[in-house]
Design a protein. Sequence first.
Length: 195
Amino acid sequence: MAELWIERLERPGLYVTDLRVPGGHTHCLHGPSGSGKTLLLRAIADLDPNEGRVRLGDLVREQLPAPQWRRRVIYVPPESHWWAETVRPHAAHWADDRLAALGFERDVLDWSVRRLSTGERQRLAVLRALARDPEALLLDEPTANLDPGNTEQMEKLLRDFARERQAPLLWVSHDPAQRVRVGDAEHRLVGGRLQ
């Protein structure tokens, strides 16, 4: 069970002195728009320049090449990017049980990306991340474009993943009820600082 530990992480608009997410736990992050939630997730994932220390268990982010770190600690943005015409090439191993858990048949892998609705893209982006077998997930509003039924399926899938894989999840959500449902702890970010 690897803990995600952030120490003195800073960049313009962000200063987080200490944040720990134990393996198998989901910590929810919330705060007003522009408070630095996305900046924090992107900094943890080493997508933007920042200073500080981030660890996943014994792994120290600063001691790994960024692509290796990002394969272990995957950031799922609110709007995913797709580079191939169809869904299938975006991940090597799409799990049938996970596709079904989010309401998809296997034929979705042959769909054109242009055909997908915003909610379908959002669900498939999470499945694409899970197909890479991450050790931690950074989720930026993963259910923002989903109806209540799909939101419930997504929450269950991610809770099960965290528990089974003993992976830490840091989940941005503006929905107080969702934070109660999925979170083991909540953190409020205001002006780039945890309150």
